[in-house]
Write a protein of this length. Structure first.
Length: 172
């Protein structure tokens, strides 16, 4: 099998969210790539075959749980706050309970990803400063620049601490 990658550029946030919703409705997952594959396969006349391979690999067993309206609303609210579907959020809670370890939510993963991206940028800046200083070149390093770097690292540390704290609270 051949693997093809492509990007969709210049989408507004509303268009992106609409595509995620459409993907969820069409494929059961909020994957725009899976939606694109489904639509492309329909154009090729392979409507039934397009998702069968991926669904067999990705899908678990189905179980139905009946909840009172108030519990269901709470579940949905918590799922939305974690950037997850209610089904995925409930699966995460069950995994955390069964495995006796917390499972990181989508929102937490996104926060760590963004935070790590900032730390990588800081690291590059520090490397450039060190390279200039080691080469004996004049480098305009001010206390303000160092304070900014420290503040960014503090933000990263705070985000990581928040994720740890949230997971600690969920631990049995």
């Amino acid at each position: 099998m051949k693997e093809v990658h492509f990007r969709i550029r210049n989408l507004t946030n509303d268009e992106y969210l609409s595509l995620k919703i459409l993907a969820k409705q069409s494929t059961g997952k909020s994957s725009i790539a899976q939606l694109a594959k489904l639509l492309l396969m329909k154009q090729l006349g392979k409507q039934g075959d397009s998702l069968s391979d991926t669904n067999v690999q990705d899908s678990g067993n189905r179980i139905e749980v009946r909840l009172q309206s108030s519990d269901l609303n709470e579940l949905r609210d918590r799922a939305v706050k974690s950037n997850m579907t209610a089904n995925r959020y409930l699966a995460m809670l069950l995994q955390a309970h069964i495995q006796k370890v917390p499972v990181v939510t989508t929102k937490q993963i996104e926060a760590l990803y963004q935070s790590n991206a900032q730390v990588l940028k800081i690291g590059r800046n520090l490397n450039q400063i060190a390279k200039a200083l080691n080469a004996g070149r004049p480098a305009a390093v001010s206390t303000q620049m160092l304070t900014d770097i420290k503040n960014e690292l503090d933000k990263h540390t705070e985000k990581v601490a928040d994720v740890i704290r949230e997971n600690w609270e969920r631990m049995p």
